[in-house]
Ligand binder design. Structure first.
Ligand SMILES: [Zn+2]
Length: 182
């Protein structure tokens, strides 16, 4: 029995998976990408960004990255993928981080058919707590979110920090990230 057997609709948009393949090519070269294609049996050319694919496919790519370059490489991979998601960059081009976080729930639900995200803003508007429930099955995915949030700061031209404070994969009730910005 695998860890995601309890999760319904364990599906996500292909744009995420092809984003990771793009990352491998851009950061590590075409040979590395070819190796990942042959070892995972997934060909990014067959993946359509707006179709839904199995979360396990995505996990295979994430684990290929951590297996070859270490878990921290996922931060870079998440950053790259977040910044290269066409739908998101369109959304945030003119937006600030607060606007973006208000849209986060809808964006998440459009992209992932499993798990839940909630964003709690503090009253002064310079901090937020982001909670993921049943979203991250492997640690690689939690790590990628750190980079993704850093990417969201970058595309909204915000100076900010991201801290992972709880992790469901490690036994907490949910994964939690603390965001703070200037
Ligand atoms: Zn986690």
């Amino acid at each position: 029995m695998s860890e995601h057997d309890g999760i319904d609709n364990y599906l996500l948009k292909g744009g995420i998976i092809s984003g990771y393949f793009e990352f491998i090519k851009s950061e590590h070269g075409a040979d590395a990408q070819a190796e990942c294609i042959s070892e995972t049996g997934i060909n990014p050319k067959d993946i359509k960004s707006n179709d839904y694919y199995s979360g396990e496919m995505n996990e295979n790519v994430l684990q290929w990255i951590s297996g070859n370059y270490g878990i921290h490489e996922l931060k870079k991979a998440g950053n790259f993928t977040a910044k290269n998601l066409g739908c998101l960059t369109h959304l945030v081009r003119f937006a600030n981080i607060r606007f973006f976080l208000r849209k986060a729930k809808d964006s998440y639900e459009e992209t992932f058919q499993f798990g839940r995200i909630s964003v709690l803003n503090d009253e002064f508007g310079k901090k937020a707590t982001v909670i993921f429930k049943d979203s991250n099955i492997i640690e690689e995915s939690c790590e990628a979110w750190i980079g993704a949030f850093e990417g969201f700061f970058e595309i909204t031209r915000t100076k900010g920090t991201v801290k992972k404070t709880r992790c469901q994969v490690k036994g907490d009730e949910y994964c939690e990230y603390k965001l703070a910005w200037e």
